[in-house]
Design a protein around this ligand. Structure first.
Ligand code: ADP
Ligand code: MG
Length: 385
């Protein structure tokens, strides 16, 4: 689960990490008033669920409240496209107005989970800022990583090692040690999978500050934090993903033309692989879960059909907990309800499979059943020709 920069900064601030003074605005009048409060000279920052805003015109310094207001008028409702948003971009609905800080140096600092080693990783660089991706690809030696043992946690001497590796000395170095320890505390207490500060800055006046912040919460831990669901900005999410999550379905949009309705994440991955093997391109990944019910299958069908890129539907269901004939009924009901005329190929196996296939054949839908996964994949690819 993602949150906005201003929300991430509120969390960092609550953990004792200094951030610039700021206010979030929903209208351009609020932007003007916030800019006045900051003394006129301030930074106007579009809040979207993506980074790379600076280079895309989403972060700008202004010198007067009226200038801030004009920029607000321009930004609200506009779509910002960055390398992280995909070509559609993300629409601006909230703007953070912040005091403009005179920056002396920019660093990169983050904590994330390395699933391979089952450890948290602290990642830092003395060359932080908007070109961090370029630094990472052209001079990876400038990025330093430290593994944190989850049993011993992060020790102060380790945090000091990072601060020294960033080239900091004196009181700023001590501030950085505290900041890193606080960051780790926030990471654990807030059940994050990522906290990234880029840039972490030392201001001209010599203060250390988080100038940008990105936090991703671990979805599996959202239930432990009552306030998290209210923090979601739905304007930043794909409407079909929101609809899917209401029915506890995992939906992920992909680039191709074949809608995939599958039960179980492992089977979904295998389905995408097999489709690709046969020259098909999946339009999405929709997992109805191991215990797929008729209602869930029907909802999943409706979601897939709302995606205009879908030209055909591939259903791959193993009837383990749920019987194949009931799944078949779900498919038929949903397809009839939404007047689906697209070609459908079903690969079903498990309990009551023959009855399920019979129901589908007699349904009058544009549906074929595959004998096995490979046969079914070949059929849908051929049908879309
Ligand atoms: P993004 O990472 O999406 O491009 P940032 O918040 O990192 O957005 O902003 C981009 C750049 O703008 C930063 O690297 C920093 O140099 C500058 N910047 C951001 N906020 C401020 C601020 N409050 N005062 C001064 N400069 C800022
Ligand atoms: Mg940034």
């Amino acid at each position: 689960m993602n949150i906005h920069e201003y929300q991430a900064k509120e969390i960092l601030s609550a953990f004792g990490i200094p951030v610039p003074r700021g206010r979030v605005a929903m209208t351009s009048d609020q932007v003007e008033r916030a800019a006045k409060e900051m003394g006129g000279h301030c930074v106007v920052k579009a809040q979207i669920y993506a980074g790379g805003r600076g280079k895309a015109g989403g972060v700008k310094v202004v010198h007067h409240p009226e200038q801030a207001q004009d920029l607000g008028k321009d930004l609200f409702g506009k779509k910002i496209v960055t390398p992280q948003t995909g070509p559609e971009g993300l629409r601006v609905r909230r703007i953070l107005v912040e005091e403009a800080v005179e920056i002396a140096k920019e660093f990169y600092l983050s904590i994330t989970l390395d699933r391979g080693s089952s450890q948290y990783m602290l990642i830092a660089s003395a060359e932080g800022g908007m070109d961090i991706e370029e630094v990472a690809s052209k001079s990876p030696e400038k990025i330093i990583t430290f593994a944190i043992d989850p049993f011993t946690g992060l020790r102060p001497y380790q945090a000091r090692r990072v601060a020294l590796a960033l080239g900091l000395t004196g009181s700023v170095c001590e501030d950085c040690v505290n900041l890193i320890l606080n960051l780790y505390r926030a990471f654990l207490e807030k059940d994050c999978s990522l906290i990234e500060i880029n840039p972490l800055v030392v201001s001209r006046a010599g203060w250390l500050m988080a100038m940008d912040a990105k936090i991703t919460f671990d979805d599996n831990a959202v239930y432990r934090h009552r306030e998290y669901p209210d923090m979601v900005d739905y304007s930043q999410l794909d409407p079909l993903e929101i609809q899917a999550s209401k029915y506890d379905l995992a939906y992920i949009k992909l680039g191709g033309s074949i809608g995939c309705l599958v039960n179980g994440a492992g089977l979904a991955m295998a389905t995408l692989d097999v489709l690709k093997e046969f020259g098909g391109e999946p339009a999405n990944f929709l997992d109805v879960g191991g215990g797929a019910t008729r209602e869930k299958v029907a909802e999943a069908f409706k979601i897939i059909l709302q995606d205009a890129d879908v030209k055909g539907i591939f259903v791959n269901i193993f009837g383990g907990i749920m019987r194949c004939d009931i799944i078949a009924q779900g498919i038929i009901e949903a397809a009839e309800e939404v007047h689906c005329t697209l070609p459908i190929v079903v690969r079903m196996d498990g309990s009551q499979v023959d009855e399920g296939k019979r129901l589908l054949k007699e349904s009058g839908l544009n549906v074929e059943c595959g004998d096995n996964l490979g046969d079914a994949a070949a059929r849908i690819v051929k049908m879309l020709g």
